[in-house]
Ligand binder design. Structure first.
Ligand code: 3PG
Length: 432
């Protein structure tokens, strides 16, 4: 199995000379063509009334849908919402209405995925028409055939959804970056039978994330925080291998590096790591290795803020261990990080610096995020909780690229195999 995403990730905007390892919409004449478009509009939903609480992803994908329709292709949208057994695993009817409003054109919703009604509707489509099919996760094969096995996507390509819909379509456009770490039929099955190309959301994600990690303007600075410490240590390793100049750490990630540097962080913070980070000793050992190999490139706090019965108390790390938990970076660390951010040509950020939900401990995250938003460099922010924090703090408008992916963004940044990207790459080779 291919272990590296290894994708050419250069956007025309950045560098039109290099060739991508996947097709984009620009590589095909799509006028009059039937396109299966996989998007990721998995949204947060109020399970009591089905109301869509955040339509960010629907808005982002609307641009691709609109472009395909305006270029006179027949657009058949596939997407998922949540997972079976969860209260928000609902129909996509509301999603289709919301998207229709955004693009100002009717999207016909069909409450089925590949049955006769769907087949008849696709056959009767006119150029520019758009239909949205039902939540693909209502289909058993979509749920069950989810492994990248024997280095191929045969099982997924043989799923009923794929064998039924592929003969009706000319092209598969995969825009679902946020689900690209999954290996389900709707993501990897079509590319075996019809050419697969990246949609605009996918293209932008790969271009921006790839560029920020590998070849953005120097110096390149990464900010890694939050509690997904094992992922962040893997991400640090990949970033440093790719030549990122500085990795600034906060949150539980910083605590791992403090431990790796031989600093006793105290009972509560250590217990948190023991209880919440799987294989934490291995993670700390990996962090130690990184500190040894990339000595001045990985930064961890020189001072921290501990939560002393709800009160913020700043202490230098020399005064650790503390019987109180570490809940933010300290002010000296903050100033140091901000200076590095100010001089950065590229900044890629994932995760908060502390427990920012509590005002007392939001200072580190808020000041750092604000300085990123003011940067003149290229700014890229991970999806999920980080994106939400930038939004809540009012800094998201000044960020060049905010990822739509949560788990997918982390997988990409950690250089894990991403089946849907692999499927697109293989499709390009197959249909060249
Ligand atoms: C996400 O929200 O991260 C994506 O839609 C993937 O969803 P999943 O984790 O349920 O596959």
């Amino acid at each position: 199995m291919v272990q590296s995403s290894g994708y050419t990730t250069v956007d025309g905007e950045f560098d039109p000379i290099e060739e991508r390892s996947f097709y984009t919409i620009d590589d095909f004449k799509i006028n009059g063509k039937t396109i299966i478009l996989r998007v990721d509009i998995n949204s947060s939903i109020n399970p009591n009334n089905g109301e869509i609480l955040d339509d960010t992803r629907i808005r982002r994908h609307s641009a691709t849908v609109k472009e395909l329709s305006q270029k006179k292709s027949k657009v058949v949208i596939l997407a998922h919402q949540s997972r079976p057994g969860k209260l928000d695993c609902v129909s996509l009817n509301e999603h289709s209405k919301r998207m229709s409003n955004i693009i100002g054109k009717n999207i016909k919703f069909i409450p089925d995925i590949y049955g006769e009604a769907v087949q008849a509707s696709i056959k009767s489509m006119s150029n520019g028409d758009i239909i949205m099919l039902e939540n693909v996760r209502f289909d058993n094969e979509e749920i069950e055939l989810n492994k990248f096995e024997n280095d191929n996507f045969k099982a997924q390509a043989n799923a009923k959804m794929i064998t039924t819909l592929s003969p009706l379509a000319d092209l598969f456009v995969n825009d679902a970056f946020a689900a690209a770490h999954r290996c389900q039929p709707s993501l990897v099955g079509f590319s075996e039978i019809i050419p697969a190309v990246a949609g605009r959301v996918m293209q932008r994600e790969l271009d921006f994330l790839g560029k920020a990690i590998s070849s953005g303007p120097n110096p390149r600075v990464a900010l890694l925080g939050g509690s997904k410490a094992a992922d962040s240590v893997s991400i640090s390793e990949y970033f440093l291998k790719k030549g990122v100049d500085y990795v600034l750490t906060g949150g539980v990630v910083a605590n791992i590096f403090l431990l790796a540097a031989g600093i006793d962080i105290g009972g509560p913070s250590s217990t948190f790591i023991e209880n919440n980070i799987k294989n934490h000793s291995e993670v700390v050992n990996k962090a130690k290795e990184l500190i040894t190999n990339y000595k001045d490139k990985i930064l961890y706090p020189t001072d921290v803020a501990i939560n002393q019965n709800g009160k913020r108390i700043g202490i230098p790390v020399e005064n650790l261990p503390s019987k109180y938990p570490i809940h933010d970076i300290g002010l000296d660390t903050l100033v140091n990080y901000i200076n590095l951010i100010k001089s950065a040509g590229t900044i890629i950020a994932n995760g908060p610096m502390g427990v920012f939900e509590n005002q007392e401990f939001a200072i580190g995250t808020k000041e750092i995020f604000e300085s990123i938003s003011k940067s003149n460099g290229m700014t890229v922010v991970g999806g999920g909780e980080t994106a939400m924090a930038f939004n809540q703090m009012g800094f998201s408008k000044s960020i060049e690229h905010i990822s739509t992916g949560g788990g997918a963004c982390i997988a990409f940044m950690a250089d894990e195999t991403m089946p849907a990207l692999e499927a697109m790459r293989r499709s390009k080779i197959k249909f060249e």
